[in-house]
Unconditional design. Structure first.
Length: 408
């Protein structure tokens, strides 16, 4: 059963707090790292911004992001130009959004007056041509896309920013709603697990089935979802396997423009306790920065530990509770090393980010490197680019900034 959008935004649900903590805790290091290098400006896009505040007074995502930009400016002691692009379809909420944003911004001239759009598509059109400083493309672009449902999102909009090399996106992916709409579009009965609660409404009955299929393909980036739904219909996939596969398809299609893509399930911990919580949706992170990938990886693990339950067992699991196969991780590392010319340097962080994007979020970066790169250093297949401590000793750390090279 779906909930109305009004009741959903009356106040934050526990799983909404997890989502907002994920965004908030990531934006702190993100802006601290990118702010002083963004001399041609920063574009921050919140494509489904709401009113900026929930009805109970707690901050929504636009004002969370604004506070992080302001904190970065104070810490850096400089004022880089920042342009917020905010979208909200509801007229009343849009008026409140502008008022709330301006009040929180105060007299900060380096933060430009926000571009407030009537919806997702209008916002994306605005971003495609935006220039913060003169005619130069912006130095940094960040998309936060948290739709109430899947009907409006088009993945292609996130694959073409004004500066793809320095673009990141964090997307709320509602796989449960996608399966519901996909089954309806294909005229397939969808047997939901009994405790599943859908947070959004599906397509209006007036939308033709062929148009629904077209929009579903635009949302996820291809029509391969049809095969997943068919396997679900035939009983080869259960419901949660189908949800996992459509999320994986979205991530795969996002990799056409982003080198590193990761995701974390957001759960209602009051339900399906024996299974580690009931999945509501996923937060999917996309970036071309190895640093961004490993920052989000560690952030996801922290938020998972704080708000959700990791499956306990003899073997390491990822944030989905799925077993991490050591042979898969080893094979991915072998592929990375084989692509390196002998003697070519690479930062450990690039290796870690490739493992995370391929194998999932399952271990803190330093530990991941120690476990998987340590044996290769001992065997001599990799060697360190030697750096010394202040006392003259060779460093033996496993920091993402440490460099290694292929020895043979």
């Amino acid at each position: 059963m779906s909930k109305s959008q009004h009741s959903y935004f009356a106040g934050k649900h526990p799983w909404s707090l997890t989502k907002d903590h994920l965004l908030s805790c990531y934006l702190t290091p993100f802006f601290q790292k990118t702010y002083r290098f963004s001399r041609d400006g920063i574009v921050y896009v919140d494509a489904f911004a709401g009113a900026g505040k929930f009805e109970d007074g707690t901050l929504g995502s636009p004002l969370i992001a604004l506070s992080k930009v302001q904190a970065a400016a104070r810490k850096n002691g400089s004022k880089q130009s920042v342009q917020f692009v905010l979208a909200e379809a509801n007229d009343g909420s849009r008026d409140s959004l502008l008022c709330n944003f301006r009040s929180a911004r105060g007299n900060s001239r380096y933060i430009k007056d926000p571009i407030v759009c009537r919806g997702y598509s209008e916002a994306m059109q605005a971003v495609s041509a935006i220039r913060v400083c003169g005619s130069r493309k912006p130095s940094t672009v960040f998309y936060y896309v948290d739709p109430f449902g899947i009907k409006d999102l088009r993945i292609d909009d996130l694959l073409h920013s004004p500066n793809m090399n320095h673009t990141e996106a964090l997307v709320n992916f509602n796989g449960v709603g996608f399966i519901r709409d996909a089954c309806a579009a294909r005229k397939i009965d969808c047997a939901f697990p009994p405790d599943v609660e859908i947070l959004d409404d599906g397509f209006d009955e007036s939308v033709r089935l062929d148009e629904r299929c077209k929009r579903l393909s635009s949302f996820i980036g291809s029509d391969d979802w049809v095969d997943i739904v068919q396997l679900f219909h035939e009983g080869q996939f259960d419901f949660w396997r189908a949800e996992y596969e459509v999320a994986r398809l979205f991530c795969c299609n996002a990799r056409s423009a982003y080198r590193y893509v990761t995701n974390m399930p957001i759960k209602d911990m009051s339900k399906s306790v024996e299974a580690g919580g009931l999945l509501k949706y996923r937060m999917i992170h996309m970036t071309n920065s190895a640093d961004g990938c490993i920052l989000m990886n560690d952030n996801m693990l922290n938020r998972n530990d704080e708000h959700q339950v990791l499956q306990l067992g003899l073997f390491k699991v990822d944030v989905d509770g799925r077993d991490v196969r050591p042979d898969v991780v080893t094979r991915r590392i072998d592929e990375i090393i084989e692509q390196l010319p002998v003697g070519k340097e690479i930062k450990m962080g690039e290796i870690a980010a490739s493992i995370i994007s391929s194998c999932g979020v399952f271990d803190k970066t330093t530990q991941l490197l120690r476990i998987n790169i340590g044996p290769l250093l001992k065997s001599g297949r990799l060697e360190r680019v030697v750096k010394k401590t202040k006392t003259g000793k060779a460093k033996q750390s496993f920091s993402p900034k440490d460099a290694v090279f292929r020895a043979y």
